[in-house]
Design a protein around this ligand. Structure first.
Ligand SMILES: *Cc1c(COP(=O)(O)O)cnc(C)c1O
Length: 372
């Protein structure tokens, strides 16, 4: 039998799948993988029921016109700039295909969301990690470290704000420094904004407002509408390059599922006008506060998130493997998000996109585990 390609070294099970599998095996409360345990809104499900049986054939690779319009409306841009993809995951891959390849370097911050590095390696480029700094004040950009990481081979920088796994949001000053650096060294910016509607202070500034000519903004219906299995995402491109991005995406998935595109188009309109996002934020905020307060009571140092449905916390003496198998709670050790630097010690990422009851049960179990 011929051998598989070397690239299959990237095929190992992710820490998220592993923790979810262990959680299921051991009956653990799953604060590991970031998927909501509460159902999506009825207006999304109803729209899908109407679309299946009506919109059943291929859409154009670039996406259904109604969805491109809806995304453009939400992001204050033109529909001609929008490409619809199979989730933000495929959006990021389409951008990797479009923007860099062998000999090029891609920079991202660590702790890093897990898909960025394998996708970089899959297109033959080099991944360069730049660590964020962590102090009592929280997670911060180290602009000097970023400056040092830039070389003549740098082709793109991925920015994720609100940031998974830290829950942090980049300040206007930090974003301005990033935009200036990109202009000075002429590289692209990829702004992963799948949590654009999930923030707990003022609305995060989008990098594209500071560098519209070089920023690709990535979004996800799954994250906005509590439906991560739907696999509808989008890219807002700089003016004029959407056809090229869509032209490459046509060779991988051709188009995202057409009936779900139609349903999301309708649901984005409903979400925008019905106060859905405000309700979503206050619901997540309540769960975040329950989790943060409970963890502090157990002696954890909690870094309060400004966005996303994750928080990071330092909890001394907790081994994530033992916690899921013996303590009945799944979490993600933060070192799983480091590729080229060392993680700060004893840090965990906990997801609070779970019900209040699950969060309270997880806290009780964590208390027992720490006491035992
Ligand atoms: C979940 C997530 C994605 C992927 O989004 P999908 O639409 O589910 O593919 C991308 N980036 C970040 C930071 C995420 O948390």
């Amino acid at each position: 039998m011929p051998s598989l390609h070397d690239r299959t070294r990237l095929s190992a099970e992710s820490i998220f799948s592993r923790m979810s599998r262990l959680a299921a095996q051991h009956g653990a409360v799953n604060l590991g993988q970031g998927f909501p345990s509460t159902p999506p809104p009825d207006f999304l499900l109803d729209a899908a029921r109407r679309a299946v049986g009506t919109v059943d054939q291929y859409s154009p690779p670039i996406g259904l016109p109604a969805l491109r319009e809806a995304v453009a409306h939400d992001l204050g841009a033109e529909a001609s700039q929008v490409v619809i993809t199979c989730g933000a995951t495929e959006a990021m891959f389409a951008l990797a295909q479009t923007l860099y390849g062998p000999g090029d370097e891609l920079i991202a911050f660590e702790p890093v969301f897990d898909i960025y590095r394998p996708q970089t390696v899959m297109v033959g480029a080099t991944f360069v990690g730049v660590p964020l700094t962590l102090s009592a004040a929280g997670w911060q950009l180290d602009i000097d470290a970023l400056r040092r990481a830039v070389t003549p081979r740098t082709r793109a920088l991925i920015v994720n704000s609100p940031f998974n796994p830290t829950g942090s949001v980049l300040s206007l000053t930090e974003l301005q420094e990033i935009a200036n650096l990109a202009r000075q060294h002429d590289f692209w910016l990829i702004s992963d904004e799948v949590y654009d509607e999930l923030y707990y202070a003022e609305r995060p500034v989008s990098l594209r407002t500071l560098a519209p000519e070089r920023t690709f903004t990535v979004g996800s219906a799954g994250k906005r509408l509590d439906a991560t299995g739907w696999r509808i995402g989008w890219i807002l491109t700089p003016q004029g390059v959407a056809p090229e991005v869509a032209g490459l995406h046509q060779w991988t998935t051709f188009c995202a599922p057409a009936p779900l595109q139609a349903a999301v188009a309708e649901a984005l309109g409903t979400a925008r006008t019905s106060g859905f996002y405000e309700a979503l934020r206050s619901s997540y905020r309540a769960r975040m506060e329950t989790l943060a307060a409970g963890l502090r009571d157990l002696g954890a140092e909690v870094f309060t998130p400004q966005g996303t449905y994750f928080l990071t916390a330092r909890l001394t003496g907790v081994n994530a493997e033992r916690l899921v198998t013996e303590g009945g709670v799944a979490v993600i050790p933060l070192d799983a998000f480091y590729r080229t630097h060392a993680a700060p010690p004893e840090m965990l990422r906990l997801a609070f996109c779970k019900s209040q009851l699950e969060i309270e049960e997880a806290l009780r179990r964590l208390g027992r585990f720490l006491g035992s």
